[in-house]
Write a protein that binds this ligand. Structure first.
Ligand code: GDP
Ligand code: GDP
Length: 437
């Protein structure tokens, strides 16, 4: 399971700026795709692609607990109490304040590892800024500038050194051919109804597979002779009191489930269209590069007129994941499930397809022949050869010259060309561009 890191600090120290700096994907094409919504408080840091972790930007902890702030504070406390590591963020320009003292006192009572991050060190004397916080007694104080992106590498190294190692989940899997599927979506879309239907009420209890980490539960499913592992979904877990109280917090579980699965089935409620929260779940799947099927649930409750409206709406709102198939289902009545599983298999097959170097190179040549890269400031980018660079998502490494000048439009063209040529559905695809001499 992905470890959880919480940003804690008083307002205006730069938590959300730091959150953005750490969770921004390196792949601008993926990150800035129009229509993608991202959760402002929960994200995955992939600055080290080998060791992603969930990052939570918490609001207040101490000192501002009335009204709306009170609700925010409750979430922050839950996040900080669950976190594998807390980043206590302070303002290097303003120095230590009474509110910082109060937050630290609160943190001290909790048994979580804490790292002190002194932000806004741009343009000031770093040592002086760090010294101001010496009395807090942290062995290490890390100076960063979130807005200038300085000190982030050192911060990342320190964070990773304190997080548990991962990778146990896969090792635990007895059958590597088992397809790992996650059913995700916001509360009440029908996840438990679907998962229970798939597993059968009794079987569900019997086949819970406790994971290696606390809270991690999977269930195994056999259907039409194929084996699946349903990774940690809210549908499998019996909701605890705490989880119901802090419903928002299941976003962390969702992000963890996305990471563990090969195919993510994002469930929508036909009656509600695509909400902002749905779009941010889809954005998280996109960031993780997972294969995707959209299941539009509660199709049974819709009139023909409503169905027409929903279809039109989906076309527009899901344009940024137009490559994903969407299937209309009723978890309640069990309709559409055959089609759903066909789509899951097509997505999985595309995501794990094996390519040869020669066919990938020929595809690049054909793409350039049909539509050569446009001249950029007097330079023509040249795509020379390519080879496969990994699966789930399919990744293609393209070598050439002046590839930095390849426009986003041309990259999208390449993507669509590859999609058509290799008949890839239900999976994002990635390109890595490498300069050759
Ligand atoms: P939050 O309330 O803790 O989430 O703080 P924000 O991220 O909203 O930042 C508060 C203000 O500090 C904003 O005006 C930011 O632009 C500014 N800020 C954040 N990080 C830095 C930094 O590293 N250097 C400087 N100079 N300003 C920063
Ligand atoms: P979860 O929070 O995503 O696990 O959602 P649940 O499975 O608990 O379902 C939320 C509500 O939606 C329950 O009252 C279900 O009976 C209802 N529901 C789930 N699937 C369907 C469906 O296909 N059609 C209709 N009409 N209702 C459904």
């Amino acid at each position: 399971m992905l470890p959880l890191v919480a940003l804690v600090g008083r307002p205006n120290v730069g938590k959300s700026t730091l959150f953005n700096a750490l969770t921004r994907s390196r792949d601008a094409l993926v990150h800035d795709a129009p229509g993608v919504t991202r959760d402002r408080n929960y994200g995955v840091c992939r600055l080290d692609p080998e060791r992603p972790f969930v990052l939570v930007d918490t609001g207040g902890i101490a000192g501002q607990e009335e009204g709306l702030a009170g609700a925010t504070a409750k979430q922050s406390r839950a996040a900080a109490e669950e976190a594998d590591l807390v980043l206590f963020v302070v303002d290097g320009r303003e120095g230590a304040s009474a509110l910082d003292d109060a937050i630290l006192a609160w943190l001290r009572k909790r048994d979580r590892p804490v790292l002190l991050v002194v932000n806004k060190i741009d343009g000031i004397d770093v040592q002086t800024a760090l010294n101001d916080f010496a009395r807090y007694g942290f062995r290490d104080r890390i100076g960063v500038s979130s807005s200038h992106r300085t000190g982030l590498d050192a911060l990342l190294a320190d964070v990773l050194a304190r997080l548990p190692e991962q990778g146990e989940t896969q090792v635990l899997d007895d059958d590597p051919k088992r397809m790992r599927v996650a059913f995700i979506g916001r509360p009440n879309v029908g996840k438990s109804t679907l998962v229970n239907r798939l597993l059968g009420e009794e079987r569900m209890i019997a086949s819970e597979v406790p994971g290696t980490t606390r809270d991690s539960i999977a269930a195994d499913l056999e259907r039409d002779g194929r084996k699946y592992r349903l990774v940690d979904t809210a549908g499998i877990r019996r909701k605890s009191k705490v989880e119901e109280a802090v419903e928002k917090f299941s976003i962390v579980k969702t992000l963890q489930a996305i990471e563990e699965c090969q195919v993510a089935v994002v469930m929508l409620d036909a009656g509600e269209g695509v909400t902002e929260q749905d779009a941010s779940v889809l954005g998280a799947v996109l960031d993780a590069g997972r294969a995707l099927v959209v299941a539009v649930n509660k199709w049974d409750g819709q009139s023909d007129y409503q169905r027409g409206q929903v279809e039109a709406l989906l076309g527009r709102k899901l344009a940024f994941v137009a490559w994903a198939e969407n299937v209309r289902i009723s978890a309640k009545h069990g309709s559409g499930l055959r089609e759903l599983f066909r789509a899951i298999h097509r997505a999985h097959a595309s995501a794990t397809k094996v390519f040869s170097t020669s066919e990938v190179t020929r595809a690049v040549e054909a793409a350039c022949e049909a539509n050569p890269p446009p001249v950029v400031r007097g330079h023509v980018p040249k795509l020379r050869f390519a080879h496969p660079g990994g699966e789930n998502p399919p990744t293609f490494v393209v070598h050439g010259t002046r590839l930095k000048s390849l426009s986003a439009t041309y990259q999208r063209y390449l993507e669509n060309f590859f999609r058509k040529r290799f008949k890839l559905v239900g999976t994002p695809i990635r390109f890595v561009f490498k300069e050759t001499e």
